[in-house]
Design a protein around this ligand. Structure first.
Ligand code: B12
Length: 219
């Protein structure tokens, strides 16, 4: 039976809101079958739902177990949609190398993973360091890979300060000018990026690709 885009986006949302991983998976597969843009499915289906879950958690209407189950359901959906995001990759020439990770003390990975996937899809080579990444690990990986960009994600107000620590650390070892530095994540905004002296900020994965290209002087 045919399902409209709106119906599928609603299923994705409802699946996360009802902690129903199977429902999310089914809806994600449906989205692919119906040719819905996978990024749109993440942005307008899954993300508003996980944000709503985040608000409920903040209001203490739900607790960590529910937050965890909802996040698992979202991740399962993203895992199904992700290969389709990556499809455009092909044999493209690499635009540049990006080392990405979530800062130390922070284990949120969903948004960072989406940014990594979109950068890859756009033609960047991405080295993903995972979560809870210490400032020296970012630099170590960037040196080893001869990266062009270091990208740091932070989802909590008390871990976004690690982005500033990263800038300060790079300065202290004389490596600040070797890399372009991008920051992002829930509590991060343009103003914060400017304040700490990062080179770029983006509010979502599509814009992250645009900013990465701009930082390297590509169109
Ligand atoms: C899912 C989730 C979890 C999951 C994470 C699962 C996973 N594998 O990532 C789990 C259950 C593990 C979790 C744990 C915790 N969480 Co939590 N979590 C969330 C939630 C609901 C959604 C985050 C998310 O995935 N969003 C969806 C993605 C797609 O969006 P995104 O991450 O923002 O990414 C997009 C952009 O920001 C941007 N972006 C992201 N990274 C980068 C990087 C760069 C370089 C760029 C350019 C762009 C960019 O592009 C992305 C895609 O478009 C948020 C609420 C919220 N509104 O953020 C709380 C939230 C972040 N969590 C919170 C808390 C408190 C915790 C815990 C401390 C709870 C606890 N008591 O243990 C722990 C953290 C432990 C730790 N040390 O890190 C708080 C933080 C409060 C604060 N302001 O500091 C929030 C805000 C909830 C709340 N309102 O209270 N959490």
């Amino acid at each position: 039976m045919h399902m409209s885009k709106e119906e599928i986006l609603k299923e994705l949302r409802e699946g996360v809101l009802n902690y129903d991983e199977e429902r999310v998976k089914k809806a994600a597969m449906r989205a692919l079958e119906e040719g819905i843009d996978p990024f749109l499915a993440i942005k307008e289906g899954l993300t508003p739902a996980i944000n709503e879950i985040g608000k409920k958690f903040e209001r203490m209407e739900i607790f960590l177990p529910q937050l965890t189950i909802a996040a698992k359901a979202m991740e399962a959906g993203v895992a199904i949609l992700e290969p389709a995001l990556d499809k455009s990759q092909g044999e493209k020439v690499k635009l540049g190398k990006v080392v990405i990770g979530t800062v130390q003390g922070d284990i949120h990975s969903i948004g960072k993973n989406i940014v990594a996937t979109m950068l890859r899809a756009a033609g960047f080579e991405v080295i993903d360091l995972g979560v809870d990444v210490a400032v020296d690990k970012f630099l170590e990986a960037a040196e080893r890979a001869k990266a062009d960009i270091i990208a740091a994600s932070a989802l909590m107000s008390f871990t976004k300060v690690m982005q500033r620590d990263l800038v300060e650390y790079l300065k202290s070892v004389g490596a600040r000018d070797k890399y372009k530095l991008m920051v992002g994540g829930g509590p991060v905004n343009e103003e914060w990026a400017r304040e700490i002296g990062a080179d770029g900020y983006a509010e979502d994965a599509i814009k992250a690709v645009k900013v990465a290209k701009e930082l390297l002087g590509l169109k």
